[in-house]
Design a protein around this ligand. Sequence first.
Ligand SMILES: [Zn+2]
Ligand SMILES: [Zn+2]
Length: 264
Amino acid sequence: MFDCHTHTTFSTDSVMSAEQACETAIKLGLDGIAFTDHLDYDFPGQMDFLIDFDEYFSAMEMIRQKYEDHLKVLIGIEVGIQPHVIRESEEVIRKYPFDHVIASVHLVDRQDPYEKEYYAGKTKKDAYSRYLEEIYQMVRNLESFDMVGHFGYITRYADYDDRTLRYADHSDLFDMIFKELIEHGRGFELNTGTYRSGRPDAVYDIEILRRYRELGGELVCLGSDAHQADHIAARFGYFAQVLRDAGFRYTVHFEDRKPVFDKL
Ligand SMILES: [Zn+2]
Ligand SMILES: [Zn+2]
């Protein structure tokens, strides 16, 4: 198994060193780990999610060599997309030799669904639809990426009694996103960090996976979104079974931007 979504101290919001992450992954018996630190151009507010990629690659190459006998280390990135930063984000994606590229929506209309203000005056249906529309625009317009990050991001901090994101409530948008992904050989991750304990009590709607599978989709992976070592591979056993129940026999990770399948 691979954990395809993790953040090291190259991300402003992470406290986990790459060594700690590797030691933990080995202890847990993972086959590999993808480091996918944040790049978010023009992120509003105090936090800045930018990386010196020359420094990043030289540090990660050393980590890769250090652990090569025990763990496959993938050098990836999680690019936070807003419509006006697509071109400059794409330049970075193409410039550096990444293995695994995640494209995520962290901001909708310049607001972070992490903050309560995003939900003010919106019904759940409106708030979630706007989020999925942004994902759809991203998958249509971003030309170079491998996986969509965390559909469920919107549920993490949503201000509703029932936070679950359901396929049936947004079937048109999900279908549009899935068709676009399948046509271009891309997939999406099941972000287990969204459902780890201590988070709001959203559940994962397996119909999202079933529908993607039904349309011919094959590229799914598990990512913990760990920003600290004890979150690596969070709930992977449970979600591996969810994937099997939805009809998947393999997960995927990307090496040198090419899909490699791992038996579930
Ligand atoms: Zn993210
Ligand atoms: Zn992340």
